[in-house]
Write a protein that binds this ligand. Structure first.
Ligand code: PNS
Length: 160
């Protein structure tokens, strides 16, 4: 039986933290669906299609990974794609409350749907898409935090 893992998020934009989580997830499933939430952020910087394109570059040719967008409830999407487990990253204690609430709610909505938390690489624990966006918006260098393609996309998005 193929074990499908679902790694959902806003990925606005994808960071090296996301990349790390995607690679760590490989050992947990046979197939990994990385799913960009269409309605995740209120005013996303990048369109869902742009985020998927960036993720494609970041992940590279990896036959185990499928990139998707999803609209609506994550629990419904997980059912639709037959995911056995949702994978989320935990960076700090501050992530815990929100993640705990989401995991419980998703299991309530779709009994049997489990969430597995992976601990981010220690040198990436401080990283978030919102910080990366802010640094890029203010003209800072985000080269250490994102793939070069993402860095270029951010520079172009905030070009005067
Ligand atoms: O990267 P993020 O922004 O932390 O990801 C959050 C995301 C997109 C996984 C979450 O907002 C989500 O699942 N959105 C889909 C709508 C949904 O199912 N909401 C109820 C969650 S219990």
């Amino acid at each position: 039986m193929t074990r499908i893992g679902l790694y959902p998020g806003s990925f606005d934009p994808p960071t090296k933290g996301h990349e790390d989580l995607i690679r760590r997830s490989f050992s947990l499933c046979d197939r990994l669906i990385v799913a960009v939430a269409v309605n995740g952020a209120k005013e996303p910087l990048f369109s869902p299609e742009e985020r998927v394109a960036m993720l494609r570059t970041v992940v590279g040719e990896e036959p185990k990974v499928e990139l998707r967008t999803f609209d609506g409830l994550l629990a419904d999407f997980a059912s639709e794609v037959g995911a056995a487990v949702i994978i989320r990253g935990l960076r700090a204690v501050s992530d815990f409350e929100y993640e705990f609430q989401m995991a419980l709610m998703n299991r309530q909505l779709h009994p049997g749907l489990e969430t597995v938390f992976l601990v981010a690489a220690v040198d990436l624990t401080y990283l978030s898409s919102s910080l990366v966006r802010e640094i890029a918006r203010l003209g800072g260098d985000v080269g250490d935090f994102v793939h070069p393609t993402v860095s270029t996309a951010l520079r172009e998005r905030f070009a005067p």
